[in-house]
Write a protein that binds this ligand. Structure first.
Ligand code: TYM
Length: 334
């Protein structure tokens, strides 16, 4: 609790180009929850170097992502929007938690297996212990709730296990966090293969809608979306392409799947695709416009970076000092 409010933590990697999946699965919910909770939203740049990055590009992407958080509607005066690398507590707590996490647990992480397969020439220790750093991110702020997409659920379960293990030994040190999944949009699928998650790293540009795609591109990508030959609009696992389109539509319009199915009853796939494309463009357009405006205001963004890093450091240090004491590190002499 901070000032009587429950705490929320979430983060995104500044790797690749953000997709509609990132927006609907996470960012949109962050904005919805931001009044109710004391929020920490991090640009998790420490996580990004588990795969090789071009330094200049990483720096630029990190800044763009931080700007995008604000453009999406997060008020940086109320929400703590900051770079993970500006708060050393993340790495410090991560080390401690490494000593409370089992190799067997990390070996089971599907994201590690996927990434290791994709980057076979660079299966580094950071890639393996990535979920521990993620646990440190969350536990450092004593977060009650963590809004994420379904793909992060396994990491969140691990976070809870590690926190419970630690608490079991040292008493109630960490708040046990809960995941928050949105009603729709928690798993947006590829437009070219609806059995696969929409992902930043997909090589086919038609598979993902990027946050910065213009309206024409968005409409075109939805027009090309892979569907099926059932010729009926239903919200069912038998029709993953249509289900995905309906999910996207619902996330953008706040309608329920039942309402959406009713709306498109008796209409063709072409009409559905066009409507989804327009709904997405309507949601992303204002975010893009605000991003362009904010990007020009260097001084404003710089000030937010500084102020929020100080705030994040303050809360991070509170937890870190407590943990250091619990595990038996000597007290600082002032
Ligand atoms: P990242 O950067 O891959 O994704 C950011 C957020 O977007 C969600 N997401 C999706 N949601 C729905 N459909 C999709 N196709 C889709 N693709 C991505 C992700 O679930 C995530 O919520 N390890 C994290 C970043 C992280 C983090 C944390 C998150 C680091 N520390 C602590 C929460 C709390 C990651 O790589 O997310």
């Amino acid at each position: 609790m901070i000032d009587g409010k429950k705490v929320l933590f979430s983060g995104m990697q500044a790797t690749g180009t953000l997709t509609l999946g990132n927006y609907l699965g996470a960012l949109q919910n962050w904005v919805k929850l931001s009044d109710e909770y004391e929020c920490f939203y991090s640009v998790v740049d420490l996580h990004s170097i588990t795969v090789r990055q071009n330094p200049a590009e990483l720096r630029k992407r990190a800044r763009n992502l931080l700007t995008l958080y604000i453009a999406a509607g997060l008020d940086p005066k109320k929400n703590c929007i900051y770079y993970q690398s500006h708060v050393s507590g993340h790495a410090e707590l991560s080390w401690i938690l490494n000593c409370f996490t089992y190799m067997g647990e990390l070996n089971r992480m599907t994201q590690f297996k996927d990434k290791a397969a994709k980057h076979a020439d660079n299966i580094n220790a950071g890639l393996f212990t990535y979920p521990v750093l993620m646990a440190a991110d969350i536990l450092l702020y004593q977060a009650d709730v963590v809004p994420v997409g379904i793909d992060q659920m396994q990491h969140l379960e691990l976070t809870r296990d590690v926190a419970q293990r630690f608490n079991g030994i040292y008493g109630d040190v960490f708040t046990i966090p809960e995941a928050y999944l949105g009603k729709s949009g928690a798993k947006i699928m590829s437009l070219q293969d609806p059995l696969k998650k929409m992902s930043k790293s997909d090589e086919n540009p038609n598979a993902s809608v990027y946050l910065m795609d213009d309206t024409d591109t968005i409409i075109r990508k939805f027009k090309r979306a892979v569907t099926d030959s059932f010729a009926q609009i239903a919200y069912t696992d038998e029709q993953p392409g249509i289900k995905n389109l309906l999910d996207i539509y619902c996330s953008c319009t706040a309608k329920t799947p039942e309402e959406a199915v009713k709306e498109f009853d008796g209409r063709g796939y072409g009409e559905l695709k066009a409507a989804v494309g327009e709904a997405v463009a309507d949601v992303l357009g204002p975010v893009q416009k605000r991003f362009e405006e904010l990007s020009k205001d260097k001084a404003y963004i710089d000030e937010i970076i500084k102020e929020n890093a100080d705030k994040a450091n303050y809360y991070a240090m509170k937890t870190l000092r407590k943990v250091q004491k619990k595990v038996g590190f000597p007290e600082r002499i002032r």
